[in-house]
Design a protein around this ligand. Structure first.
Ligand code: HEM
Length: 139
């Protein structure tokens, strides 16, 4: 269980690295930089999205593995219910980033730089809430 938890945390960190940095790239991209910078940003966004898929997929794999080992105990705990709701929201954010990466690749961005700065705050709020839930287990 401790090995599984260690790998769960390693891939959660990888996942968040992507979810924090992708919207930063979107902020730069939305500033309408010169063409060569746009081409570089598209490559960076595509590669970072792949890394984020791997991190998210493996974090979920190891998390579900732990969940399967203590299924009954975990599902009777309120903090785990709320954690899973927040993780579902994080997965939604992840796929929203994927849609935005595709839109930028097609030169079809529809949001402002300021919008991306606000969008960038969402994973921080989820991270703080989930870490408090799993460590403090307040209910
Ligand atoms: C499909 C997604 C996920 C599932 C099924 C899952 C499930 C689990 C389970 C069953 C544990 C063991 C809890 C315990 O026995 O104390 C755990 C630990 C942990 N999870 Fe997740 N998790 C998921 C995603 C996440 C995410 C997105 C984060 C961070 C935002 C996260 C952060 C942690 C941390 C820090 C621990 C270690 C807690 C401790 O032992 O103190 N997990 N997870």
């Amino acid at each position: 269980m401790l090995w599984i938890k260690a790998f769960h945390i390693i891939f959660v960190v990888t996942w968040f690295a992507g979810l924090f940095y992708l919207p930063r790239l979107f902020v730069y991209h939305a500033q309408q930089p010169p063409n060569d910078t746009v081409a570089l940003l598209k490559i960076m966004e595509r590669r970072l999205m792949v890394m984020t898929h791997i991190g998210g997929g493996l974090a979920a794999f190891f998390g579900l593995w732990m969940l399967s080992l203590g299924w009954e105990a975990y599902l009777s705990q309120g903090w785990m219910h709320l954690k899973l709701v927040l993780v579902a929201m994080l997965a939604g954010y992840h796929f929203w980033c994927r849609q935005l990466t595709i839109a930028f690749a097609r030169d079809d961005n529809r949001h402002s730089e300021k919008w991306y700065r606000l969008f960038n705050e969402i994973p921080s709020v989820i991270l703080i809430a989930v870490v408090i839930l799993v460590v403090v287990k307040p209910f």
